[in-house]
Write a protein of this length. Structure first.
Length: 367
């Protein structure tokens, strides 16, 4: 994940566990006391990690169930650290014994081997597996529950898989209605079916495909963020890069701003019912690292799953000879749908953290 395997300064989230270990879990320190919380609150978010269409995901399908170990008493958070875990049940570690000395191209195998002197858990990618995003989703469920008290909503959804793009953007209500229905997590159900076809084609070819996830946070007040190195967009980007397979993050129009004139890119101010608003939202709701009151809009680029059933060149680290490998076992032909709830969770976590820093969220909730 991140340095120290944690993120946040006020709402501190620390994750632990490996892909094929006994559990994956999270420790949340700083959650306000008095928040209603039960194990059922995590289930809907955990279920979103597994798309309803089996043909586009790995055959490793686990019914994740959260267990609260601490920080909750009589259905309310106590202010003490909250520990939540999920068991790993569907592990098949034998798939990795034959390739433990053959780093998979595109994976963290080699860099982790060097960084940890060969002592890293190589099974399923260990700490670097997409499986550990379960911990982020657990923390995100709590963060989203905190944000809901203030009318702040975070929605993440797929806008492209390969070359298939969700071009016709609907209203927020339309996105909210459909974005969790499609297996690909695309709000346009017709476009989502085309995305499924691309994923299945890649899978049948022994290959994989990537895509782009968009996320919008609604009703975030202006004035949240601390420049320069604790800027809101900086912390969001840093945390989002902690999600496996993320290779790029942009806000608002992002890189497209490079092709615009200042007169086109600038968001003009206006008065609406006595309040300052912006005519456009090219900045994505953040200026100078501080929220400006507009919806926070960002996009995340997710690379194709590195584990593919095609022959690739590598090096045998035991014999130090060139070799080749074909990755067998259970792997997602596209990680994008599973990454959507992780993106949503991370954005919610960082927003709670910054809102607490800015004094919007108290240490104790009093009903």
């Amino acid at each position: 994940m991140l340095a120290g395997n944690s993120l946040g300064k006020e709402f501190v989230v620390t994750t632990f566990g490996e892909s094929h270990g006994k559990i994956v879990g999270v420790l949340i320190d700083g959650c306000p006391a008095g928040l209603s919380l039960s194990e059922e609150d995590f289930q809907e978010e955990l279920d979103q990690r597994i798309p309803s269409q089996p043909k586009i995901v790995s055959s490793r399908i686990e019914k994740d169930v959260a267990k609260i170990l601490s920080g909750v008493f009589k259905g309310k958070t106590t202010g003490a650290p909250i520990a939540v875990t999920v068991d790993n049940k569907e592990t098949k570690s034998s798939d990795y014994n034959q390739i433990k000395d053959l780093p998979r191209p595109g994976h963290s195998d080699y860099s982790a081997y060097i960084r940890y002197g060969g002592f890293n858990d190589y099974q399923g990618g260990g700490r670097f597996s997409g499986r550990v995003t379960v911990a982020l989703v657990l923390a995100g469920a709590i963060a989203k529950k905190v944000l809901s008290r203030y009318g702040i909503d975070v929605l993440a959804y797929t806008v492209s898989i390969g070359k298939i793009k969700f071009e016709k953007k609907g209203s927020v209500d339309e996105i909210r209605k459909n974005y969790r229905i499609a297996a690909t997590r695309c709000p346009d159900l017709v476009c989502g079916e085309k995305m499924e076809e691309v994923i299945v084609a890649a899978k049948n070819a022994g290959d994989s495909v990537g895509g782009v996830i968009e996320c919008v946070a609604l009703n975030v007040p202006a004035g949240v963020g601390d420049p320069l190195f604790d800027a809101l967009d900086a912390d969001l980007a840093k945390a989002l890069f902690g999600i496996s397979a993320v290779k790029g993050v942009e806000f608002g129009v992002g890189f497209a701003a490079c092709e615009m004139f200042g007169s086109q890119n600038n968001d003009a101010f206006m008065l609406k019912e006595g309040k300052v608003e912006l005519v456009t939202n090219n900045a994505g709701g953040i200026l100078g690292g501080i929220s400006n009151g507009m919806p926070i809009m960002l996009r995340v680029a997710v690379k194709p799953t590195p584990s593919i059933n095609r022959e690739q060149k590598t090096v045998n680290l035991l014999t130090m000879e060139e070799a080749s490998l074909r990755v067998e076992g259970r792997h997602d032909p596209c990680i994008v749908p599973k990454a959507v709830p992780a993106v949503e969770a991370v954005v919610a976590i960082i927003l709670v953290d910054h809102l607490m820093r800015a004094g919007y969220i108290p240490r104790v909730f009093k009903e």
